[in-house]
Design a protein around this ligand. Sequence first.
Ligand code: MG
Length: 145
Amino acid sequence: MKIFFDVDYTILGLDDTLRPGTTETFQKILDDGHEIYIWSGMGERWEVIEKHELERFVSGVYEKPTHHFHERLVELKIPVEPEFVIDDYPEVVAAFGGVWVPPYFFSRSIDNEMDRIYRIICDFIETGASEDRQYRAKGTKLPLF
Ligand SMILES: [Mg+2]
């Protein structure tokens, strides 16, 4: 499965730290045979990938559409269809299906969201859905809360 992660507040905090468990979870996702892509509404965030040494995990780094999500994939030169999206921005998750995560800000906060994300991915692989309330099926209609 092609799994797309957002950057700001999803894997990266305001203090420039990675969300706890990010690299461990990325490794598990790769071990399970999936591909990881990183995208951001702020553009291609290679500086984040390099600073946190994420190159070995990722199959591509792209700019993320912030509206007309499906239509803009071509314009943004994203060569693959996102099959599962992890984001703190609910609209993009609803468009492609995936996991909405509460924003991550600072390394001092206790945060187990990466484990939760991984469990939801496993649920989805096994059953095509998840009971977790942070899971969003593709095409979910807003409002989400
Ligand atoms: Mg974000």
